[in-house]
Design a binder for this molecule. Structure first.
Ligand code: SF4
Ligand code: SF4
Length: 153
């Protein structure tokens, strides 16, 4: 049981659909609510859980941090820059902890469609799209010839 959606909380906004790296969060055409169409392909990456503004998605936690029969809820608080986690165990105990959202403010990374298409020159380069600018570094780190040690084996 990877992710599942509480239908009464979901408003069909589609943020989970946009962010899922596995492309398995879909909007049901009849009910206009999200669902995980292929649970066995879920990476349990929690991206959709953290992105949902209605806190409508639960995800099974990995067995190493919570045993079976628990629930894991995540609440994104953009103004604080945090994700609050609540783990509820079968016997009623709760664990709460808070982690930073990530290293960049929520929503600050443009999607590839918002960036200029690569030039012919860029396509010949070994850099990935929009490197190094998108990484906010002047250049990618690389070894210089004098850092390489030549040895006879
Ligand atoms: Fe997709 Fe990750 Fe959500 Fe699974 S946990 S449905 S892989 S976004
Ligand atoms: Fe529903 Fe949340 Fe997905 Fe929006 S992000 S469609 S509210 S489950």
């Amino acid at each position: 049981m990877p992710t599942f959606v509480y239908m009464t909380r979901c408003d069909g906004c589609g943020h989970c659909v946009d962010i899922c790296p596995s492309d398995i969060m879909h909007i049901d055409k009849t009910y206009r609510r999200a669902l995980n169409i292929e649970p066995n392909m879920c990476w349990e990456c929690y991206s959709c859980v953290k992105a949902c503004p209605q806190f409508a998605i639960d995800c099974r936690g990995y067995a190493d941090f919570a045993p079976l029969g628990h629930s894991v809820r995540a609440r994104r608080e953009e103004e604080k820059g945090t994700i609050s986690w609540k783990i509820k165990f079968r016997d009623g105990r709760e664990k709460n902890f808070v982690s930073p959202i990530r290293t960049t403010p929520w929503g600050s990374i443009p999607s590839p469609t918002e960036l200029a298409p690569p030039t012919a020159e860029m396509l010949k380069s070994q850099h990935l799209a929009h490197e190094p600018d998108a990484l906010k570094v002047p250049a990618l780190p690389a070894l210089k010839p004098d850092q390489l040690k030549r040895e006879m084996v």
